[in-house]
Design a binder for this molecule. Structure first.
Ligand SMILES: C[S@@+](CC[C@H](N)C(=O)[O-])C[C@H]1O[C@@H](n2cnc3c(N)ncnc32)[C@H](O)[C@@H]1O
Length: 355
């Protein structure tokens, strides 16, 4: 997923820097601003136990699949409803079920009625976040997944796998420039395509991992590990309004929505890391409360906290250091005309060895 602040292209840098400081041993890795989960997944693939967390529910869903799922899903509870399923090996079942979902008869629901042209054309605010067909398809599949869950035909692992598959694939056909803060007037080429339920991957291994959906300030003192990796928002842009459609598809809770873009209320998901007045206090609080041996912080030279402020706060826990890397700016920032002059920024990885 194309996500603001994603570390997908910085994984090598993170891995090398973290191993340089910590050594290549068997540590527990805490990714508590997990976003897409790509950093946790990388360290999961290296054999580490992962604890992940994010304030956004769609991110929790993605991490429940990518991080917590680590065994083949068997979908035993669907064998009665889908009689053919029994003839498939466990390995083939996820794919069979995704194909079944792809072929359901389409129905209308919250997404079609509020975020597609067909469903909003007679309303005050017309919206086109998805083609009519994709809107109906996401409603149809989302309702079916919930229905299976309510009837206990799928377990939690299977539920989050299916939701992740839906979120990842619908995101590919969103009619936006890159985030959900606005939609485009005309359906762009990629949004005209019908999405398909291409099964989401996850890494198989024998470690148990855990995932939370909390404010890090509440969570940090209650979890324990060796390496705490922090990748908070860097600036005023809140994640909740930029990804509100993914939140609503993940929760499917018929929220009250408003305005041109059909925004849901996010007053309880405002990050202090996107507020100049709050960020230092919150950051210091987290650094002080963490039960770990090492803390790493990804940040850049345009963030709300200065390099000096970060160093001062982290140094209070022990020996401080920093790695730096030039990095190309996130695509949305360039096209958004946000007055950024530089096309690249300096990405920092601050760290402290806690005493
Ligand atoms: C820079 S992104 C993380 C990107 C992630 N490392 C990746 O590569 O996909 C920051 C994340 O922090 C989350 N977040 C912001 N404030 C938070 C808080 N107080 N507690 C937990 N998560 C928070 C946001 O929802 C967002 O997903």
């Amino acid at each position: 997923m194309n996500y603001i602040g994603s570390k997908k292209s910085l994984l090598e840098f993170l891995e090398q820097s973290i191993y340089k400081v910590v050594g290549k041993r068997d540590f527990i890795f805490l990714d508590l601003f997990a976003g897409t989960g790509v950093v946790g997944q990388h360290f999961k693939s290296k054999g580490h136990k992962i604890i992940a967390n994010d304030l956004q529910y769609y991110s929790f869903v993605l991490n429940k699949n990518y991080i917590e799922n680590h065994k083949i899903l068997k979908f035993l509870g669907l064998e009665d409803e889908l009689s053919e399923l029994k003839s498939y090996s466990y390995k083939e079942r996820a794919s069979f079920i995704c194909k079944f979902l792809d072929n359901l008869e389409l129905t209308e629901g919250f997404i079609y009625n509020n975020y597609c042209l067909g469903g909003t054309k007679s309303k005050k605010n017309q919206r086109q976040y998805f083609s009519d067909k994709n809107g109906k398809k996401v409603d149809t599949i989302r309702k079916k997944i919930e229905n299976w869950k309510e009837e206990s035909k799928i377990n939690d692992n299977e539920y989050y796998f299916l939701l992740t598959t839906l979120i990842e694939n619908i995101d590919k056909v969103a009619n936006t420039a890159s985030v959900y803060g606005a939609f485009l007037k005309q359906l762009k080429k990629s949004a005209q395509k019908d999405f398909v339920m291409q099964p989401a991957n996850f890494i198989l291994n024998d470690k148990e991992h855990s995932v939370f959906n909390e404010d890090i300030e509440e969570l940090v003192s209650t979890v324990k590990g060796d390496v705490l990796y922090l990748d908070p928002p860097y600036n005023q842009r809140q994640y909740a309004p930029n990804y509100h459609l993914l939140e609503t598809i993940a929760k499917y809770d018929n929220p009250k929505i408003k305005g041109k873009t059909g925004l849901r209320d996010y007053s309880n998901q405002k990050s202090k890391f996107s507020q100049k007045k709050e960020v230092l206090q919150s950051f210091e609080n987290i650094i002080q409360k963490a039960n770990v041996k090492y803390i790493f912080l990804s940040y850049n030279n345009e963030g709300l906290m200065t390099e000096e402020e970060v160093r001062t706060i982290m140094s209070k826990r022990g020996e401080y250091g920093v790695f730096k890397k030039k990095y190309n700016r996130f695509k949305a920032d360039k096209s958004d005309n946000r007055n950024h002059k530089a096309s690249s920024v300096i990405e920092y990885l601050h760290y402290v060895k806690c005493e």
